[in-house]
Design a protein around this ligand. Structure first.
Ligand code: KG4
Ligand code: ZN
Length: 309
């Protein structure tokens, strides 16, 4: 089965081809350099750039394969920016109509979960930790058709807090990779962490408390005209996130006894979180770096799981 997939939910326009769970081709055009100037994604600009970039990708796709060879067309239906999603939806439907192929609209977050299983098989029940700029949640897949959200953030997403803390420290955007790099350099010097938040629901997260705590400490230092040790703030912030995610995963593993655990989403590129995660279970799946951020291969992989015999 040859699956063609489109991802356009946020600021990446991506096309991918997957044949029987083997990745054949993927091309992604990122808009990050444009949105960077505004300190975050501007939805109207994102939609317009998707229109432009999807045209370029269609030309590339036509050079790659004969479109009639495609068996199934998949696209990201939700969640995401409505204008951006619309572009992918329209192109997928138009291709389906002209090529007389089945079209399936899929969930972006489920796609992230399967990003760690490109070319691999899932052993259910599988426990997933999805950490990105827009989402932070624990997903329990009992089978391919049955998944439960067992925990989610009550406020900010992890990546969002990375970006906000980095902005407060004047480190640039996106903050995740910069804070991670700082952590790698100073992790043996700054060993403490901030208070781990508490939530009413056992497996829910709350990340905004960590952010507010740090921002208040920085503001107090600014008011006292003290020098801000950004390396210490960045390193101890990451120590806190790693410990928090670890404790939650340990609780969820004990409660649900999964056959494998999975890390996914943009923040899964983080070196400390990956290293911590690998030690949590005997059977750990991490996405390859190119599949950590938004990409169409994960949507193709999800379509394969849902439509295979
Ligand atoms: O999944 P993603 O590409 O996009 C959306 O959520 O739409 O995630 C982007 C997020 C950003 O907040 C970015 O700061 C974060 O992932 N990120 C990281 C790292 N690389 C990217 N966070 C922590 N450590 C990293 N190495
Ligand atoms: Zn995403």
């Amino acid at each position: 089965m040859l699956i063609f997939a489109i991802e356009s939910s946020h600021d990446d326009t991506s096309f991918a081809l997957l044949k029987d769970n083997e990745p054949l081709w993927m091309k992604t055009i990122s808009q990050i350099d444009v949105h960077k100037q505004y300190g975050g994604t501007v939805p109207e600009i994102a939609s317009r750039l998707h229109v432009k970039n999807i045209g370029l990708l269609i030309d590339d796709l036509k050079r790659e394969i004969n479109l009639n060879e495609i068996d199934l067309i998949a696209y990201t239906k939700e969640p995401g920016l409505i204008g951006s999603l619309h572009v992918g939806h329209m192109v997928a439907q138009a291709m389906g109509m002209s090529l007389h192929k089945k079209v399936v609209g899929l969930n972006h977050l489920e796609g992230h979960f399967y990003s760690a299983f490109i070319g691999k098989e899932v052993q259910y029940p599988a426990l997933g930790l999805l950490v990105s700029g827009g989402h932070s949640q624990l997903m329990l897949y009992k089978s391919k058709d049955e998944y439960e959200l067992i925990g989610e953030t009550q406020d900010d997403a992890v990546g969002e807090v990375y970006d906000k803390v980095a902005r407060k420290l004047n480190l640039g955007f996106p903050g995740g990779p910069i804070i991670d790099k700082t952590w790698r350099e100073y992790k043996n010097i700054y060993l403490s962490h901030y208070t781990i938040p508490k939530t009413d629901k056992y497996l829910n997260f709350s990340f905004s408390g960590i952010k507010t705590n740090i921002i208040n400490l920085i503001n107090n230092q600014i008011n006292r005209h003290e020098e801000i040790d950004w390396k210490k703030y960045a390193t101890e912030f990451q120590n806190t996130v790693v410990l928090y995610l670890k404790e939650h995963m340990q609780k969820a593993i004990e409660l649900y006894n999964p056959k494998c655990i999975v890390l996914a989403g943009g923040v899964s590129a983080n070196s400390a979180i990956r290293a911590m995660f690998e030690k949590l279970h005997d059977n750990v799946y991490l996405p390859q770096m190119e599949y950590t951020t938004d990409n169409a291969m994960m949507i193709a992989r999800l379509a394969y799981e849902k439509n295979r015999k």
